[in-house]
Structure formats: structure tokens, C-alpha cells
Design a protein. Structure first.
Length: 169
């Protein structure tokens, strides 16, 4: 089975302030094709989907997308296939509504390596930034032209998962 990213919303405003949550459907790189997406990935929030009152189209961000337009995908992991038992078996299916968390200064979230690109072995102090894609990019120093998201502040092993805790700048 494919391994998917796992996310924790350690200290995100959306856990207590529902106004910081966004209902979003990932519409793929072309902005028109419903596509599956892992938790722990990020999306750029576009306009409301036609006929919807609260569901926005989510598209693949560019490296320089404003942080205010970005949400962290972190849906509740409800698996209808009884054979699936682990969090890394969960994926947000195409054309389904996902839960997105707005990113705010000081918030903290954690993801597994499957949600990250960039350096092979992320380390505490590495910069986390946007790239042209739904995964966050990890670099030893900020990349010119990329929007900074935050820094890795901790690496934690919890059961079978290694989480990289990211504090938003």
C-alpha cells in the first residue's frame, strides 16, 4: 500500500477557533480536475466552488504565494475500508471536501517526512517554505523567491511515526 503523509495540529488556531478552518476541494495543478491529496500538504485557496456556500477551490500553490492564501490540509482520518488501520494509509479522496487550517504566526503543526520535499534529512533549525507544489520545501537557508512558512523546531518519534514540528513565522 502507498504510504501517505500524517499531520498533527499541535497548536493551530483552527483547533479552537472554527473561523480559522476552511472547507476546500483540491482541484489539481490545472485548477479544474478534482485530485486526491495527503494530509500535511498545503493548498492555495481560490474562489468558492460554483453552487457551494462554504467550499472553496484549492489549487497547487506557487513558491511565492502569499501565506494568507495558504491552508494546511488536515482532515479527520476516517477510513471506510476496514483493512486500513494506520494513519499513513489515509488520503483525502478526489472530489471530497477537505479541512484546511489557516496559517498564523506562532502556530505549530507537525508532519511526517512524506509531506516534505527538499533536504534529505530535515533538522531542527531548517527553514520550511512554499514551492511550486503541494508539499512544503525544507532548506538549510531561505530560498529567494519562496514564501517562508516557518522553521523546524523539534523532531519527535511517536510510535511508528517521526514528526517534524514546524513553527510558523
Amino acid at each position: 500500500m502507498a504510504k501517505h503523509a500524517v499531520v498533527r495540529t499541535d497548536l493551530m488556531d483552527g483547533t479552537d477557533v472554527r473561523g480559522q478552518l476552511v472547507s476546500v476541494k483540491y482541484m489539481g495543478a490545472d485548477g479544474a480536475t478534482p485530485t486526491e491529496i495527503d494530509n500535511g500538504n498545503v493548498l492555495k485557496v481560490e474562489a468558492l466552488i460554483d453552487g457551494e456556500r462554504e467550499v472553496y477551490a484549492g489549487v497547487t500553490p506557487a513558491a511565492d504565494t502569499a501565506i494568507t492564501d495558504i491552508v494546511l490540509v488536515a482532515s479527520v482520518e476516517v477510513m471506510y475500508d476496514e483493512r486500513k488501520k494506520n494513519l499513513d494509509e489515509y488520503v483525502n479522496e478526489a472530489d471530497k471536501i477537505c479541512r484546511g487550517y489557516r496559517l498564523h504566526h506562532g502556530n505549530i503543526f507537525s508532519v511526517t517526512k512524506d509531506a516534505l520535499d527538499g533536504v534529505e534529512t530535515p533538522a531542527v533549525g531548517n527553514v520550511v517554505e512554499l514551492k511550486a507544489g503541494t508539499k512544503l520545501n525544507v532548506a538549510s537557508a531561505a530560498t529567494e523567491g519562496s514564501t517562508a512558512v516557518g522553521k523546524i523546531i523539534d523532531i519527535e518519534i511517536a510510535g511508528r511515526y517521526t514528526y517534524y514540528a514546524i513553527k510558523i513565522d
